[in-house]
Design a protein around this ligand. Structure first.
Ligand SMILES: *Cc1c(COP(=O)(O)O)cnc(C)c1O
Length: 227
């Protein structure tokens, strides 16, 4: 098991290095439905971050903290705020004032967060629509305990789509890269936006071409999930 995961991680790291040599793009191992041992094997092989979707699952799995930063990449229910703050190094799924407000109220010091963007404006996905991002960031100083370290973007699935639809996803990734760069140039003290997290197993090469700083991979590292 560990050997297979290590080989997959090394393959992905080589891909990252081939497309964006020397830039320090980070690999986030997405460990939903994976054991602690599987996750730790990915970290030992070079994954720099761990992403979990559910607070409860993460709490059960990481009662002993992982050796690399742990990010929440799934939707946050506001009744889980306390555990979230204790457990995660970053909450990457801020997509509403309500969630920002709830976190800000409970954080005593400072919490790293990312803005979640629904790039394709799909009804089935969470995340803020791209056209609302800028206005949201401008007023994010209202939550002094939150530091917006980046953006996490979701895209329509490329699996089983036509060439034309694939082109659209690639264009959307480029646009999202542009949006991230323009917002970062604003240099809001509360939003340094150093990170752009986009790209999953089926589209991470495109995300690398579009300038991402973090790719989030599950299947490519651990094989298919069985629900
Ligand atoms: C599950 C998940 C991933 C990883 O998906 P794979 O296709 O298995 O690489 C990445 N990001 C988010 C938000 C996810 O929920």
């Amino acid at each position: 098991m560990a050997q297979e995961i290590a080989e997959r991680v090394q393959h992905v790291l080589a891909q990252i290095e081939a497309i964006r040599p020397g830039e320090g793009v980070k690999l986030m191992a997405v460990t939903k439905m994976r054991t602690r041992e599987e996750a730790l094997a990915a970290v030992a092989a070079g994954a720099q971050l761990i992403g979990e979707n559910k607070v409860q699952e993460a709490k059960d799995k990481w009662h002993e903290k992982p050796p690399v930063p742990l990010h929440l990449i799934g939707h946050l229910q506001t009744n889980k705020v306390k555990y979230t703050i204790d457990l995660f190094d970053s909450v990457d799924s801020i997509d509403s004032e309500k969630v920002a407000e709830a976190l800000n109220q409970r954080v005593t010091d400072r919490l790293a967060v990312m803005l979640e963007i629904n790039a394709g404006q799909e009804a089935s996905k969470t995340g803020m629509f791209p056209q609302h991002v800028r206005a949201f960031l401008e007023q994010a100083h209202r939550w002094p305990h939150l530091q917006f370290i980046g953006m996490m973007a979701l895209f329509p699935s490329a699996v089983g789509t036509t060439l034309d639809e694939k082109k659209k996803i690639r264009a959307l990734m480029k646009e999202t890269g542009e949006l991230w760069r323009t917002c970062r140039e604003e240099r809001f003290p509360w939003a340094p936006l150093d990170e752009l997290s986009m790209g999953m197993t089926d589209d991470y090469e495109w995300a690398l071409e579009a300038g991402t700083t973090i790719v989030r991979l599950g299947t490519a590292l651990f094989g298919p999930r069985t629900y």
